[in-house]
Ligand binder design. Sequence first.
Ligand SMILES: *Cc1c(COP(=O)(O)O)cnc(C)c1O
Length: 366
Amino acid sequence: MIPFLDLKKINARYSGAFENALNSVLDSGWYILGKNVSAFENEYANYCGTRHCIGVANGLDALILILEGYKQLGIIKDADEVLVPSNTYIASILAISRAGLVPVLVEPSIESYLLDPNLIEAKISSKTKAILPVHLYGQLCDMDKINAIAGKHGLKVIEDSAQSHGAIYNGRRSGNLADASGFSFYPGKNLGALGDAGAVTTDDDALADIIMAMRNYGGVIKYQNLYQGLNSRLDELQAAILRFKLPALDEENNRRKEIASCYLKKIKNPKIILPYCRNMDGHVWHLFVVRTTERDAFQKYLIDNNIQTIIHYPIPPHKQPAYSFWNELNYPVSELIHREVISLPISPVMTDDEVDAVIECLNNYK
Ligand SMILES: *Cc1c(COP(=O)(O)O)cnc(C)c1O
């Protein structure tokens, strides 16, 4: 079986380093908000090119904390609106709801599956305060256009970078392309921990100060609470593990790009629509997503040929029971994408033989 994503193989390469990480944390006797977290925050801020990185518990919290931070700063208030793509992973939308704000769905482009900048302005109302573009599948959104629209209307732009660690746009990395950015280090992401982990990056000093406090019950000094915060900390052990993996991120992303280039060049089947890639710098191929009108049959064919695939994502957010008040609405581009997408195996540990086998199998699909 060619696995969709062999996490065991990915992490086995670091097992020696991980044992050192565990021992150093054990020896320190300090497990929460210690030297590994601050060191990782510095290293990841440097990598992204931002002034600040704040480690948090997961990617969902990273986005919630950014929005809560803007509320504390008086820039956003309860019931204000945030524009978000209608075809994202549910967490981008949940973050907006959780922060007491109203998500307003904007359709993606059918070519890139990313937020369509041409549809943004029609959705802006007097209550709109921010745009939350999602760099879905690892490809960066058209940030020049999005930032220009935001500038014209006085909106904040918050990147959802949970799938785009390391991707580059005009010489700058994901996480440094807007006012603030949320990252997830969930095990399956391009930079993955051995459990839940996340971070916020930003150049905004005031926002960073508030999030530093908000993630730790609302205070940086023990038992002094400036805000009604939450407990959303990156822990020492996950930070130590991420510090070992960060230096290999670019190399791992390059291997993903190599595999994606092979797929793009060699998969030739009229029944399969390949992904659009604006440029290889701006895409780190978290997922390689193709489309077909006969998805069920295609997925079964691949399983019969020992190739594992996953659907990202089978149900559009507006059709989820969690958002029942949207269920009757129509977002046709999103619905088409959710109906037809299927993700092929891609990972830094896939071998050339496995890549060739996937290509051959797809080309033989009738
Ligand atoms: C994974 C993911 C998140 C959430 O990250 P968690 O760490 O799982 O909370 C948010 N947005 C997108 C686009 C994601 O893929």
